[in-house]
Ligand binder design. Structure first.
Ligand SMILES: Cc1ncc(C[n+]2csc(CCOP(=O)(O)OP(=O)(O)O)c2C)c(N)n1
Ligand SMILES: [Mg+2]
Length: 384
């Protein structure tokens, strides 16, 4: 807790606050406290596991497609799959998700097709017209701007007296933006059915968390807006699902907004246009690999005989698995349609986009931040 700043210790204290930290699974898969009741549901836990593995395989495939010039800039969710999957799995179909550009796992859980996602990252806006009946919002590229939209969606639910909840996913960097504060303030005043989930992956591109905020937690920012903020181990999908479920149901029951700070780590580059090795050490990343969510849940499941080698063989464990192959094949076919508008092939594409697309194919020299030309094969600058 931040130390008291006032010299006169006899002044009455009119506000104190606490932030809880929720975690059930330790990095080795053992448990550190009694599990919530839903954790007895083996089918649910295996579904969560399968979803995280699928997304990991999908990320590998998407990065490979970008490297071969078939996708634009892509943001993988490597290491933080449990935040997105744990949150989305606690939602009802009729709730509305407002995701950031890194929340493929949540959208996939919500039923968005892999080919829609590939279409979008290939530069074709039709990928945002999600198939299915869900009313979720598209990926949000402008950092934090989905938060006021989430408050607006929740306000509509309240006015219409619909028992639905808006769930907003964003990064630690977004919490430095006015958008977040305005949304939280408005949601607090009007007791709106909205849950804010901050994926604290320790980095906003190359800006570390310590340069992002002087707060001890991101969760405490909710307290200033008049509602509960909780910190959760974002590498523990059981904790994420439990926290999201509780928050979403409280919001649905008229108890107003909630804020979840999911503490995790971005194990990969910010996007395919980034090289994280330029601003963080290999040792730091290696240490964080020991805490990652997929192995953690697998160890837990194996320890309870809920998982076996036979089940593992049935999973899409690598990028060449059947389901990822099928999706990318469909996507590749879709680019051959006459009405295509991919940023890579669109004839009237604005110059910066073309340069980016060309860079992503490794056809031109990229320039680094200081404007120096990098060697051939260097990755392009951030397009996002
Ligand atoms: C309004 C706006 N400003 C700047 C950018 C460029 N930008 C893209 S991602 C990013 C960092 C965001 O970090 P964070 O919110 O922590 O999310 P993460 O990428 O870590 O998931 C920035 C500054 C942007 N997309 N939108
Ligand atoms: Mg971040």
């Amino acid at each position: 807790m931040t130390e008291s700043w006032h010299a006169d210790e006899h002044l009455p204290v009119i506000a104190r606050f606490e932030v809880g930290h929720r975690s059930y699974l330790a990095p080795d898969g053992s448990t550190n406290r009694q599990l919530p009741a839903f954790a007895a549901d083996t089918r649910l836990l295996v579904r969560l596991y399968r979803a995280m593995v699928l997304v990991r395989a999908f990320d590998v495939k998407a990065v490979a497609l970008q490297r071969t010039g078939r996708l634009g800039t892509y943001a993988a969710s490597l290491g933080q799959e449990a935040v997105s999957v744990g949150t989305a799995s606690a939602m009802r179909d009729e709730d509305v998700l407002l995701p950031s550009y890194r929340d493929n796992p949540a959208l996939i859980w919500r039923g968005v097709k892999l080919e829609d996602i590939l279409l979008f990252w290939g530069g074709d806006e039709r990928g945002n017209r999600f198939s299915g009946s869900i009313e979720d919002f598209p990926f949000c590229i402008p950092v934090g701007s989905q938060a006021p939209q989430a408050a607006g969606v929740a306000y509509a639910f309240k006015l219409r007296k619909e028992p639905r909840v808006a769930v907003c996913l964003f990064g630690d960097g977004a919490t430095s933006k006015g958008d977040l504060w305005e949304a939280m303030n408005f949601a607090g005043v009007h007791k709106l059915p909205v849950v804010f989930v901050a994926t604290n992956n320790q980095w906003a591109i190359s800006v570390p968390l310590r340069l992002q905020t002087a707060s001890e937690t991101l969760a405490q920012k909710a307290i200033a807006a008049g509602f509960i903020g909780e910190q959760v181990d974002g590498n523990d999908v059981v904790a994420m699902h439990a926290a999201a479920r509780e928050a979403i149901e409280a919001a649905r029951n008229g108890q107003g907004p909630r804020f979840i700070e999911a503490v995790t780590y971005r194990l990969g580059d910010h996007t395919t246009a980034d090289d994280a090795a330029r601003y963080r050490s290999t040792a730091e990343v290696q240490a964080r690999w020991k805490e990652e969510p997929v192995a953690r849940l697998r160890s837990f499941l194996a320890g309870r005989d809920m998982w076996s080698k036979r089940k593992r063989r049935a999973l899409p464990l690598n990028a060449s698995s059947a389901s990822t192959r099928r999706s990318s094949a469909t996507w590749l076919r879709s680019r051959e349609r006459p009405r295509r508008c991919s940023i890579i092939s669109m004839p009237s594409c604005p110059r910066p986009m073309l340069r980016n697309a060309a860079n992503s194919r490794g056809e031109t020299d990229a320039r680094d931040d200081a404007g120096r030309s990098r060697q051939h094969g260097a990755r392009p600058r951030d397009g996002g």
